[in-house]
Design a protein around this ligand. Sequence first.
Ligand SMILES: Cc1cc2nc3c(=O)[nH]c(=O)nc-3n(C[C@H](O)[C@H](O)[C@H](O)COP(=O)(O)O)c2cc1C
Length: 223
Amino acid sequence: MPFAPPVTRAVFPSNRTAPTYTVRVMEFRDILARRRMHRAFEPTPISREVVERIVGVIRRAPSGGFTQGSSIVVVTDEDKRRQIAAAFADHPPTQQFVLQAPVHLVISGNEALYHARYHEPDKLAATGGVEVTWPVPYWFVDAGALMMLVLAAAIDEGLASAFIGHPDQKRIFGELLGLPDEVVPIGLALVGHPAPDPTAEQGTSRMRSRRRPRGDLVHWERW
Ligand SMILES: Cc1cc2nc3c(=O)[nH]c(=O)nc-3n(C[C@H](O)[C@H](O)[C@H](O)COP(=O)(O)O)c2cc1C
C-alpha cells in the first residue's frame, strides 16, 4: 500500500527546527512602539492588496459567542471621502487629515446579531433558557477590539493610522454609505502613508504631562 501523504505539516523536516518566537515578539513591540494616532497623511493611494490584508484582520478578531457582529466599510473613492471629511469638519474643525487619508474604514457593531446568537440553543442551554445578562455591550467591546487590530495591521504594513469619532456619525454614515439601521458605527479609522504630523511633537509633550501614572491604571491583586 502506498504511503498516505502526511496529514500535518509537523512531519516535514523544515518544521522540526525550534520555532523562532522571539522574532514575532519583537515585531509586536515594534508595532506598539510606533502606535499613535497619526494626524497627517500623504494622499498616495494604497493598493487593494494591502487594504485587503488590513481589513482581513476581521477574521482574527475575537467576538462574544463568536457572533462576528462587527463590520468594516472600506471607502477609497475620493468623492465619498470628501463627503465624509466635510461631514466630520465641524467636530473639531481642525481635522484636515480626514480627507488626506486615502483609506477610510468605518467600523461598526450590530447589537441585533448578538441577541440572535445568544438565543441559539447552545447559549440558551448554558443560561437556563433565557438570554444572558450582558455585563457590558459586547457588540461595542468587539468593535473596539477590531478597531485596535485594524490600526495595528496598518502600522504592520508600514503605514500610519488614526481613529476618530463624530457625535452624529450614525446619521452621517447611514446617509453617505447606506449603513442599515441596526449597524452602529463606533467611528472612523484612517489609513495612509504618514506625512509629517505638525501635532505630533506638541501632542507628545502634552501627552507626557497628561499621562496618568501607571499605578492609577494597573492594579495588582486588587484595586
Ligand atoms: C474612541 C476614540 C475616539 C477618538 N476620537 C478622536 C477624534 O475624534 N479626533 C482625534 O483627533 N483623535 C481621536 N482619538 C484619538 C485620541 O485622541 C488618542 O488616541 C489619544 O489622545 C492618545 O494618543 P495616541 O493614540 O497617539 O497615543 C480617538 C481615540 C479613540 C480611542
